[in-house]
Structures are given as structure tokens and as C-alpha cells.
Design a protein around this ligand. Structure first.
Ligand code: PLP
Length: 398
């Protein structure tokens, strides 16, 4: 089936966070919303058909994922990444963010330290602090328009510091994001190995958020952290989900893959009674997406590549003061607006009040994001074009 992603669909009046909450979130109702991470494209037809079919069976009682659901995750990990996983490793949660919160709590005690790599996906911050832990920032380095990990700094973060309460062994985990939201880096195998070895040598478990791992631009291939080696496999909690790939965020389903038995048991016991399982519609959508969604996915990836190329050309030609940090994955584009010379709050209100586009402020991803904005290009090209025209005319009016 050929999908028409140029078609603009009205998502308003559907309790849609992205479109219906524009007024309450941004204080304007005439903005183009390009913030929260879902796409303005209808989902794959097989998913719609499967949900309708399931809805027709009028029993929506307690649910438990059967073998076929679990197999769909196992088969996908193998087919996409040549990563062989076992059924008992898979734990389902109604989202990656709740899983991150559970994972951090299961690995730490209040007062422990957790490493984030800023700019970092903003829900990572409360996940650490609400667990009573302290954030240690191993900030990414921006070199020649590309973000890199700072391994020397990472090693230093594990060293005990005299004169401070911090001692050896207080960093319990690193929250790693691959592909990285917001900067769009897909970490290479050798980069993952270098970071993972430092974590292992220092007794820290890696929580690897790989939710964006199937939204990759041309030529890139994802490496799950756990697929590197047995040692890596035993030292991580991997967060996967079909929600970004197949645009299913409202169905609340993700699979958390934990090969290490002790880590898994601790995770499950921390989750128990607090974080519910996904809904039966979530399971139906996930299995269908993993088994029958690839025709749609291939077309979406082509379309997103087209959007990225359009954006790159438009900014280079018409708004050269805004630079794109060229993403390797995700449909979230990290825009370097520092050449506009605005303070972070001025930049924020410039995009809202003058340009009338609802982007994410870079500073919500940490201080390193000041001067940047995050733009979601998961929309029909005509909407992207309209947003760029608005930004261009706002910049020209300066
Ligand atoms: C890196 C990352 N992790 C997690 C999430 C959200 O996960 P969920 O909706 O499954 O809680 C997002 C959504 O944008 C994300 O970008």
C-alpha cells in the first residue's frame, strides 16, 4: 500500500496533546505545534485493522501478553539488529519514562549519583531527582557541528573527590540515549564500547534508552548497547518501544529488556503495584506494528529524509543564522540559533510570539541547550514549509 504523507490531517478536537493543548501550553492558539515527539501522520493500516478487530470483541478485561506478543519483540530485535534475546528478558511497561523512573529507583538508594549526558531528554532530570539521587552531568561536546561523548570527563566523574561527601561507588548508573534526543546522534559501535567499558569498570549499570532506534536517516544502522558482548548484556537495562517508530505514543506500550536476572528481578519488584502493565490495545498495536508495519515504516523514513533535506536546504539558503545539527536519527531536529544573538528567554518568545511556531526550548534539556531549539519535523512537508516561512519572516524583521 502506498501512503500519502503529504496529506494534512486535522488532529484537533481529538484530545491530542500536540494540537489541542497549544493554547494552554504556549498561550497562543495560532501556532504551528512542532514540539512533543509524535508525528502528524496516520498510522499503518494493518495496525488500524488489528485494533478495530480487537475492539469488536467486546471484552476489555485484565490482560497479559501471550507468546505471540513476546515473540514479536524477540523476532524484531533479531531481524532489525541481529540481537538475540530470550523471552524471560522482556518486561512490558506502559511507556519508557515510567520504566526509566523504575530502573533508576531499582538501581540506586537516595543520595546516590546518576550520570546524564546533557543536553538530555528533559524527563531524565526528574527521574533522577524524584528518586532522591543527584544528577552528575557528563556533558556532550559539540565539535565542528557534531556532538561527541567526553570520555575523560566520564572517567573523572567516577573518581572520588576529597573534601566532598562523594566517595567511590556512589555513581550507580548512566542514563544513555541512543539515538540521542535532542541532538540526534546515533552512537557508533566503538563509541558505545568506550562509554560502556568505563561504566562496567566502575560498577555502574547502563540504562539505555533506545526508543528512537528505528527512526534513522539514510545509511545508519543502530547497535543496541546489550548486543556488544555478554558483559555488556549483563550490565544494562534496555528501553525499547514501538511508539516513536510507528507513531503509537497514545497506546502506552514499551518493552524493557533486561538480560541480567538480578537487575530484572529488582526492576520488577520496584515496578510491582505501582506501574501497571500496558493495555490490551497497546499489545495488539505493538505486535501488529512489529510484524506488519515495515511497509509503512520504509515510506515514513523516506518521507522524513525528504523533510530533513528540505529543512537543510531552506535554512542554508534563507535563514543561514540558524544552523542544523545534522541528525543521524530521530525526527527531532536540534537547531543551533546562537547566531541570532538572543538570550534563551528572548529566543523562546521570539519563536512563539514573532514566528508563531511551537518548538521545544533548548534549555529544558539542560543549560547546554541554551541558544538551541528542538523542532519536530514529523509532519507533512507543507506544514514544515509554512513553519520555515514564518521563522524566515520573523528573522528578516529583526
Ligand atoms: C528519548 C526518549 N525517551 C522516552 C520518550 C517517551 O517515552 P514514553 O512515551 O514511552 O514514556 C521519548 C519521547 O519523546 C524520548 O524521546
Amino acid at each position: 500500500m502506498i501512503y500519502d504523507f503529504d496529506q494534512v490531517c486535522d488532529r484537533t478536537k481529538t484530545d491530542c496533546l500536540k494540537w489541542d493543548m497549544v493554547q494552554s501550553i504556549f498561550g497562543h492558539d495560532d501556532l504551528i505545534p512542532m514540539w512533543v515527539a509524535d508525528m502528524d501522520f496516520p498510522v499503518a493500516q494493518p495496525i488500524i485493522d488489528a485494533l478495530k478487530k480487537r475492539a469488536e470483541h467486546p471484552f476489555y478485561g485484565y490482560t497479559k501478553p501471550g507468546k505471540s506478543v513476546i515473540d514479536s519483540v524477540i523476532e524484531r530485535m533479531w531481524r532489525k539488529f541481529k540481537w538475540k534475546i530470550k523471552p524471560e528478558w522482556v518486561v512490558f511497561t506502559p511507556g519508557v519514562v515510567p520504566a526509566l523512573n523504575v530502573a533508576i529507583r531499582s538501581l540506586t538508594h537516595p543520595g546516590d549519583e546518576v550520570i546524564l549526558q546533557e543536553p538530555a531528554y528533559h524527563p531524565f532530570f526528574p527521574a533522577v531527582t524524584n528518586s532522591g539521587c543527584q544528577i552528575i552531568n557528563n556533558g556532550l561536546k559539540l565539535t565542528n557541528g557534531c556532538y561527541e561523548m567526553d570520555y575523560d570527563d566520564l572517567e573523572r566523574k567516577f573518581q572520588p573527590k576529597t573534601g566532598r561527601l562523594r566517595g567511590p561507588g556512589r555513581v550507580k548508573t548512566i542514563v544513555f540515549c541512543n539515538p540521542h534526543n535532542p541532538v540526534g546522534r546515533l552512537w557508533k559501535r566503538e563509541e558505545i564500547i568506550r562509554m560502556g567499558e568505563i561504566a562496567i569498570q566502575n560498577g555502574a549499570v547502563v540504562i539505555s534508552d533506545e526508543i528512537h532506534c528505528e527512526i534513522l536517516f539514510d545509511g545508519y544502522q543502530h547497535t543496541p548497547f546489550a548486543s556488544i558482548s555478554k558483559e555488556f548484556e549483563q550490565n544494562c537495562i534496555i528501553c525499547m518501544a514501538p511508539s516513536k517508530t510507528f507513531n503509537l505514543a497514545g497506546l502506552d506500550v514499551s518493552s524493557i529488556i533486561i538480560p541480567n536476572r538480578k537487575l530484572r528481578e529488582d526492576f520488577i519488584s520496584m515496578q510491582s503495584g505501582i506501574v501497571p502493565s500496558p493495555t490490551l490495545f497497546g499489545y495488539t498495536a505493538m505486535e501488529t506494528a512489529y510484524r506488519y508495519g515495515d511497509e509503512w515504516l520504509e515510506q515514513i523514513l523516506d518521507y522524513l529524509q525528504g523533510n530533513l533535506d528540505f529543512l537543510l536546504e531552506y535554512l542554508e539558503k534563507k535563514i543561514p543564522d540558524i544552523k542544523v545539527i545534522k541528525p543521524q536519527g530521530t525526527y527531532l531536529i536540534w537547531l543551533d540559533c546562537r547566531e541570532l544573538g538572543m538570550d534563551k528567554l528572548v529566543l523562546s518568545s521570539f519563536m512563539l510570539d514573532k514566528a508563531k511556531v511551537g518548538l521545544e526550548d533548548g534549555f529544558i534539556f539542560g543549560e547546554a541547550g541554551s541558544g538551541f531549539m528542538r523542532m519536530n519535523i514529523g509532519c507533512p512537508r507543507s506544514i514544515l514549509k509554512e513553519a520555515l516561512i514564518r521563522i524566515e519572516s520573523a528573522v528578516n524583521s529583526l
